[in-house]
Design a protein. Structure first.
Length: 141
């Protein structure tokens, strides 16, 4: 089982549901300087605009995008600064539904992950190393 799957399993075992993929905060680091916040990289393709985002600890940002033409959402987890490969994860689910995800060893970003969710709320999570972030039951519409 990968470390991300273990962490998600631990969150679920702690009482969260798949839809509640609770954001697990990493312990606060000492006053180490942080890199500039990540920017959306356009990985979802043309026609997708950023509709929400969340910090992934101090390591990066997860971006939720939407295409009004297709009704599809897309998530991408982007590091603040590219570097050596690290475990990264981008996941999205219709609220209380099964999650679609991309998980692997990446230098810059994980994703894109697409989900048809027109008219529905979504849960989305990003992981970079030991940092995680995201939101549950958002962008309903």
């Amino acid at each position: 089982m990968t470390s991300v799957k273990k962490r998600i399993a631990a969150v679920l075992a702690a009482g969260a549901s798949v839809a509640g993929l609770a954001v697990v905060a990493a312990p606060a680091a000492s006053a180490a300087p942080t890199a500039a916040a990540a920017s959306y990289n356009g990985a979802c393709g043309s026609g997708y605009t950023v509709v929400n985002s969340a910090a992934v600890g101090t390591s990066g940002t997860i971006f939720l995008t939407y295409s009004s033409a297709t009704g599809d959402n897309c998530v991408v987890t982007v590091r603040n600064a590219p570097g050596a490969t690290i475990n990264m994860y981008a996941g999205i689910a219709i609220h209380n539904g099964l999650i679609k995800y991309d998980n692997g060893q990446y230098t810059t970003y994980a994703g894109p992950v697409y989900l048809s969710a027109a008219g529905k709320c979504v849960d989305w999570i990003g992981v970079i190393g030991s940092d995680s972030g995201g939101k549950n039951g958002t962008n309903c519409g």
